[in-house]
Design a protein around this ligand. Sequence first.
Ligand SMILES: [Zn+2]
Length: 59
Amino acid sequence: MRNCSICTKEYDETSERSDYAQAGEWLAGEVWDDAGTLCPQCLENRARLVMMYCPEYMS
Ligand SMILES: [Zn+2]
């Protein structure tokens, strides 16, 4: 288990990821440079925000 660097909750880094969480993971690596430190929920939230406000990141 790891602790998320945003919400500090424990999460299982091997658990199944939703499409949004996978997109968030990609953004963490390519844009924010904090891949591997966020829980799937925070990755999902980030991906949703980016799709709403900065869709150019996702293209
Ligand atoms: Zn989190």
